[in-house]
Design a protein around this ligand. Structure first.
Ligand SMILES: [Mn+2]
Length: 316
């Protein structure tokens, strides 16, 4: 599975590593890990994401972040583009065109909905995180994982597994390998997941206070949702906004949870989570988005009630 990828990585003299828009710790951790390995081999490398303009504050201690390059400064011509944790070209935003100008594009991902848009696609939809795929790739490549690489790789693993809730045989061995390098796993997890300003609490109060349970949705399995209006998210970081779904999804009466996040007047991004019975990546794909079986998302336009109805209809 990894041999062709390694040969692409070994022959490139210049490379751009692209993370997805609205980056999370898995895409940034993956990007910085691959970027670091390439830079150490003498490859000219940039790591970038198209938007927003700033790296989320919770990720500002990840090793290798000095490789991060503003989108307008990302070279157009390189030997190799590597995309990490992006399920489709669209997830690369305005930087997607860099793929067309490179000799080759290596896609490394774990999204079930991945569209295989690279010239070579290393997609393991059973993997815990893209950093888990990369750890296995580095093993196959005989690259030693030191503390800097382990820090980046653990960041994606701890966040994408929901602090090791969504794991499989081998996940904890992977974590153990990374922790054994000497990284401070507790500090990394706290910085990424348990670190919100006080203003998050009143924001949660108003957003959760208007949550709704639609018991007959999803064929009677139930939908719970909350809406984050612009006025709720004003001054909030992505870390505060993206954490709301993790509270809403714990509702026991509902198989599916959704959070509608108002981006501008009529533009909404919607996060979806399911427990067991429903594949929300399929639902999100029918609405132009994508993701994993139990965690997915899409973007929609319209009035709040119309966007909610759109999802309720799609869920059946
Ligand atoms: Mn991921």
């Amino acid at each position: 599975m990894f041999a062709s990828a390694i040969s692409l990585l070994e022959t490139a003299r210049s490379a751009t590593v692209l993370c997805h828009v609205q980056p999370d710790a898995d895409t940034i951790g993956s990007g910085l890990a691959i970027g670091t390995v390439l830079a150490r081999r003498g490859v000219e490398v940039q790591v970038a994401f198209a938007s927003p303009s700033e790296l989320p504050e919770s990720m500002n201690e990840l090793p290798g972040r000095d490789m991060l390059t503003a989108p307008e400064d990302v070279r157009s011509r390189v030997d190799l583009v590597v995309t990490v944790d992006a399920g489709s070209r669209g997830r690369l935003g305005a930087l997607a065109d860099r793929i067309d100008m490179a000799d080759a594009c290596l896609v490394i991902d774990h999204h079930r909905s991945n569209t295989r848009f690279g010239t070579l696609n290393v997609v393991d939809d059973g993997a815990e995180s893209t950093t888990a795929v990369i750890t296995r790739l580095l093993d196959a490549w005989n690259v030693a994982v030191d503390t800097d690489l382990a820090h980046c790789l653990f960041a994606g693993l701890v966040t994408d597994t929901g602090s090791f809730r969504w794991v499989r045989p081998g996940s904890h061995l992977l974590a153990e390998r990374l922790l054994a390098t000497g990284i401070d796993g507790a500090a990394i997890a706290r910085k990424l997941l348990d670190n919100h300003p006080f203003g998050w609490l009143p924001m949660l109060g108003s957003v959760l206070g208007s949550a709704a349970l639609v018991q007959d949705a999803v064929g009677g399995l139930g939908l719970v949702y909350a809406v984050i209006l612009r006025e709720n998210s004003e001054g909030m970081r992505s870390e505060e906004i993206e954490s709301v779904i993790d509270i809403v999804r714990t509702t026991s009466e509902a198989e599916v949870a959704a959070v509608f996040k108002q981006q501008s007047g009529d533009e909404w991004t919607v996060s979806l989570r399911s427990k067991t019975a429903v594949d929300v990546s399929t639902v999100a794909a029918t609405l132009g988005g994508g993701g994993h079986r139990n965690a997915a998302g899409f973007t929609a336009h319209g009035a709040k009630t119309d966007v909610i109805d759109l999802l309720v209809d799609a869920l059946g």
